[in-house]
Design a protein around this ligand. Structure first.
Ligand SMILES: Nc1ncnc2c1ncn2[C@@H]1O[C@H](COP(=O)(O)OP(=O)(O)OP(=O)(O)O)[C@@H](O)[C@H]1O
Ligand SMILES: [Mg+2]
Length: 300
């Protein structure tokens, strides 16, 4: 059963068609990457799922229940981290989560326990400072803790990593992976390496239309056999290598690329290099990446 089903949804703002026949599903307990450039329609889609905007046509279901604009009861299943989260900055994290639990009607003891659990999950346990002085990364982590507080079935994060440095991004990605055990995660981003790192499925949104969607596994399979690139330490040895393993294309002074289907295996070349005691500075498989696929489908 799918946690989220978006079925033929369209949305206009005035005469601008922002979403066109949007159609995709997010299976339970997956991490789903919703990829698109600025203005693609990611935030609009998320607001439709939250019932904050009304679709012009089409339907949305959260855990089998239909989302409606005026009576968005399905939000009891959803935790949401907006692209620019706002907090009461004079509170510390514990006070803030207790406050959020109270206004959403959580039972006091449960709220206390869950607050501790969530602050531990995001690495803010024991943090007594006011939110005012927090870094962007800390605010995003607190935002995830808040979104997960009431045990949502679906966690929606709008570009949770976009404004963060690599360390901060990794922390958020690790938290989303841990959260997957108890929830389903839909997150939007334009950082393709983040999607490659943690997502099981993805959709490419471009100018309001889904251009490609699928599982990372399918993507990897569609890469099939990959080629490989190699760079030797000494230029003089390259010719000997290319004679022994024909079919390669020279790359610069010391490099060679064996494209897929040329019948050379990276393992065989590697074994030969070691036997011949020829030093190399790089050897890596080259295949279809999410980035190259994205650039291809958006026609760049
Ligand atoms: N309330 C609105 N009124 C008019 N146009 C809007 C409104 N909200 C969004 N848009 C337009 O809809 C398009 C999609 O916007 P949206 O915010 O959904 O994109 P996004 O993929 O989230 O982009 P970003 O990566 O910049 O956050 C944009 O062209 C935007 O200008
Ligand atoms: Mg947005």
């Amino acid at each position: 059963m799918d946690m989220l089903k978006i079925s033929h949804v369209g949305k206009r703002f005035g005469d601008k068609e922002v979403l066109r026949d949007l159609d995709f599903t997010v299976p339970k307990h997956t991490i789903y990457g919703f990829v698109g450039q600025n203005g693609a329609g990611k935030t609009t889609t998320m607001k439709l799922v939250l019932g904050l905007l009304s679709a012009d046509h089409g339907e949305i279901f959260v855990d089998g229940e239909k989302v409606s604009f005026t009576n968005n009861r399905t939000n009891r299943f959803i935790g949401y981290l907006p692209d620019v989260p706002e907090f009461y900055s004079y509170m510390n994290p514990t006070e803030y989560l207790h406050f959020c639990g109270a206004i959403t009607g959580m039972e006091a003891n449960d709220c206390k326990m869950r607050t501790e659990e969530m602050l531990r999950l995001v690495g803010l346990d024991g943090e007594k400072h006011r939110i005012k002085g927090f870094s962007r990364g800390m605010k995003q982590r607190l935002g995830i803790a808040q979104a997960l507080l009431s045990r949502p079935r679906l966690l929606i994060c709008d570009e949770p990593t976009s404004a963060l440095d690599p360390v901060g991004r990794k922390e958020i990605l690790d938290i989303l992976v841990s959260a997957r055990e108890e929830t389903t995660v839909l997150f939007s981003t334009h950082i393709l390496s983040d999607v490659e790192r943690i997502c099981e499925r993805f959709a490419f949104l471009h100018q309001g239309k889904i251009l490609r969607q699928g599982s990372m596994e399918d993507l990897k399979k569609s890469c099939g056999e990959t080629g490989f690139e190699l760079e030797l330490e000494q230029e003089e040895k390259l010719e000997k290598l290319m004679e022994h393993f024909p079919g390669g294309t020279r790359q610069g002074r010391r490099g060679v690329l064996y494209a897929q289907g040329k019948g050379q295996s990276m393992e065989a070349v590697l074994a030969w290099l070691l036997r011949e005691q020829i030093k190399f500075t790089k050897i890596e498989k080259s295949g279809l990446t999410l980035e190259s696929l994205f650039l291809e489908v958006v026609g760049k």
